[in-house]
Design a protein around this ligand. Structure first.
Ligand SMILES: [Zn+2]
Length: 342
């Protein structure tokens, strides 16, 4: 089985994001948000069958761990109340996708974060999504300001309430920023990769995993600049008299394979232990085009992993085993399905 641990609902019916725009406009005028638009099951089916599911079938992957569109989270817009309504709407839509296509999608939620608002505010939505919707993880934005980094680093007790809830529910978080409103940053070209790298360094200089030994975090997009600069991070840790990174961070931090060329994947697999790499493509996402050098889509990451000089057992870990370990609630979903079939 091939589990893609990083997919967003980038093809949601248009009225979903139109409502978001109307909600933020209304908020700006001090008016109440309009009612949510109807979205039919057929519209959802169309958006998936001609989108993510089609690509899954073409590429031979089986299950996508699916979350709301990341750039659309827009935590810097509105306030805590609008973020809560938007997160609820987005997560409920993911739940409907997973209900219509239970074999192919399992949910991960976005959180109703806002700059300067305690992450404690997000614990209820995480709990609702895990307990009521059967979601198996969340996306955690380390910079809800959208590129201005106004909130404390992940090492700060500010974040501990959401870490506590994640540990209690036994769900991981993917560290994932959203749309950049700072014009210095391109959202997917620099802000995403900066977010990944910055979060890693925040965790390196922290005792978060001593406090939360069961906390599991995934750094997406191949870890930003982290694997490429592994020597720098090892050297910095040594200079700061911190433990070896394998003991300090790699019992809790995982990297995904959203790296869009073979040399990058080769480096990732060479530098980061196989046990810490999870297959992902983020397909129909930031880089949807075809690479003229290969003739295949940049985000068809399965092809790169197929070409890596790893044993079949190691590839199975990357494609399936590690995801099952990190997203441990996948086991509940599978046992529920077995019971339903029996
Ligand atoms: Zn993403």
């Amino acid at each position: 089985m091939i589990i893609d641990c990083h997919g967003h609902y980038t093809t949601a019916p248009k009225q979903h994001e139109q409502w978001r725009q109307a909600q933020i406009e209304a908020h700006g005028k001090g008016a109440p948000a309009p009612p949510r638009p109807p979205i039919s099951d057929d519209e959802i089916r169309d958006s998936i069958v001609n989108g993510q599911l089609k690509v899954q079938r073409e590429r031979g992957t089986d299950l996508t761990i699916f979350s709301p569109r990341a750039a659309g989270m827009g935590h810097h817009l509105g306030n805590a109340t609008t973020s809560e309504a938007w997160a609820t709407a987005c997560n409920d839509l993911i739940h409907r996708v997973c209900g219509l296509f239970p074999e192919n999608f399992v949910g991960v939620c976005m959180l109703p974060q806002s700059p300067g608002v305690s992450p404690k505010n997000s614990t209820a939505e995480l709990e609702r999504c895990v307990r009521d919707h059967g979601f198996i993880g969340c996306n955690l934005n380390p910079d809800p300001s959208g590129g201005y980094w106004t909130d404390p680093p992940l090492s700060d007790p500010y974040w501990f309430p959401i870490f506590e809830k994640m540990v209690e529910l036994d769900v991981p978080a993917m560290i994932h920023v959203s749309f950049a409103c700072n014009p210095a940053f391109h959202t997917t070209g620099s802000h995403y990769l900066n977010g990944d790298t910055t979060a890693f360094m925040q965790l390196l200089t922290s005792d978060v995993f001593t406090r939360f030994p069961k906390l599991k975090l995934i750094i997406p997009h191949g870890g930003g600049a982290v694997p490429y600069h592994w020597g720098r991070f090892r050297g910095l840790a040594q200079a700061m008299k911190l433990p070896l990174l394998k003991d300090h961070l790699l019992k809790n931090i995982y990297f995904d394979t959203c790296v869009y060329h073979l040399p990058g994947q080769e480096l990732l697999a060479k530098v980061i232990p196989v046990d810490n790499i999870l297959f992902a493509s983020e397909m129909i996402g930031a880089v949807p085009g075809i690479d003229p050098e290969t003739g295949y889509n940049f985000d068809d990451t399965k092809r790169y992993i197929d070409q890596l000089p790893l044993s079949a057992a190691d590839k199975t870990k990357i494609f399936e085993g590690n995801a099952r370990r990190v997203f441990s609630r996948l086991a509940n979903r599978d046992s529920k399905k077995t019971m339903e079939k029996a």
